[in-house]
Design a protein around this ligand. Sequence first.
Ligand code: DCB
Length: 483
Amino acid sequence: MQCIKKNPFIRSFLAILSLCLIFTQLFAGCSSPDNNNTFVGRNGKLKVIGSQLCNQKKEPIQLKGMSSHSLNLFGRFVNTNTIQYLRDDWGMTLFRTAMYTEEGGYIKNPDTKKKVQEAVQAAIDAGIYVIIDWHILSDGDPNIYKSQAKEFFKEMSTLYGKYPNVIYEICNEPNGKDVTWSGSIKPYADEVISVIRKNDPDNVIIVGTDTWSQGIDAVEKDPLNFKNIMYALHFYAGTHGKELRDRIDYCIGKNIPVFASEWGTSLSNGSDGVYPVETTQWINFLDERKISWANWSLSDKAESSAALTPSANSNGGWTDSDLSESGLMVKYIMKGKNEAPFFCEGFESMLFTSGGWNVTGAMILQDQQAPAGNYVSILKNDNTISKSKSTKGYKSIKLELAYSLRNLKGNDAFTIEWFDGHTWSQLDKISQNSDWTVKKYAIPEASSNNPDFMIRFTSSLSEPSAKISLDEVKLIGERTIEN
Ligand code: DCB
């Protein structure tokens, strides 16, 4: 030992070795939880080049995600479990935390901020991007709560400015006839962006535009003078169409970067949807231009834009029957699947009416063996359940269902039929008893794009003990914009 310490050659060797060790440690410490295994790990810091959002390698990138509904009303769906679940099962790469300012939001309940922080941390841990949305709405002029916005974004950018995951949306939807781009929104944005840029020199900032974030064209004559700025274009497929899409193309032509940070499958009131054809038109348009988006909304509110139904638990792991028609559509759009269920009934609401069924005699009961969830539909003798479901926007229609047949004999049967608007046709007539079985039927072409399409299940049974159970009824199709 003595001789080693004295030998200058060995001493310098040891010194270099320990320096090397320290450096390796240092660099290991520098790498964030984002590594190459996560979406943000691979794409890193975003930058806006021309009108296009790009990753750290300057390659165009399109983010796709869900927006929360109001955090103080539907915060139960915003947590680490749901965010990881949506990432893994839906392929979600972006989450938007809609923090309302009014309507019981941040201004009266500043604690709502904690939900934002929970979501941002969850997104960082999950390696996806996250939008911190200052959700003005009934307060149409962003200047009303400008000082609170500056204070809020100062804190958020201090906390999260160093993470490439974070995107700021500084005013959801300015609205009102006096709330113009140059008169109100841009002056507000100049102040709030200056606050953010002190702590966060380069993460993307989305700025709302006039008329509920539809007025992107007003930016042309008076753009903001910061880098990595994008302008919000919000649309609702049932209300907004080609005119707004043409406006986007006009803006892209003028190098105005557009982010669809909120859109819905419904009307602009968040309800009275879903509009499958119009949604597919919009989605094709956004895909062709690699425009990033977040769908409204991850909630179980009784309105058609809400993605979830009340059977959805607060921790993800949702089956297709926990999703609304909008949720089903958005899930499979996000997954990049063209063929997808557009109706899925698991009878978990315990009400035939919530699935829009017409019923004679059938019941909904608990079944321990149910293939999914706890409830199934039961048909005794001479019962019928039927449902009208427009297939507009879908072709190559298939019906999938799970059934079990018990104590049938002789001519007893379970009949499955479909309706093309004029006549009923039989898909199957089953007489053989069976435990839970899943079957899928391709329905003839006349079922495609058909507003009068119906399905019907009928039981014809001779013994009181005979019983047909039905669950997980799915209509599957390929999205289409053909007529
Ligand atoms: C936006 C808002 C969003 C709103 C949806 C759907 O508003 F950013 O907060 O969400 O679009 O309307 C709805 C919820 C309802 C809730 C209501 C009020 O879905 O459950 O009751 O907010 O908090 C828009 C978008 C576009 C237009 C109008 C509104 N437009 N708006 O084009 O006229 O008035 O809310």
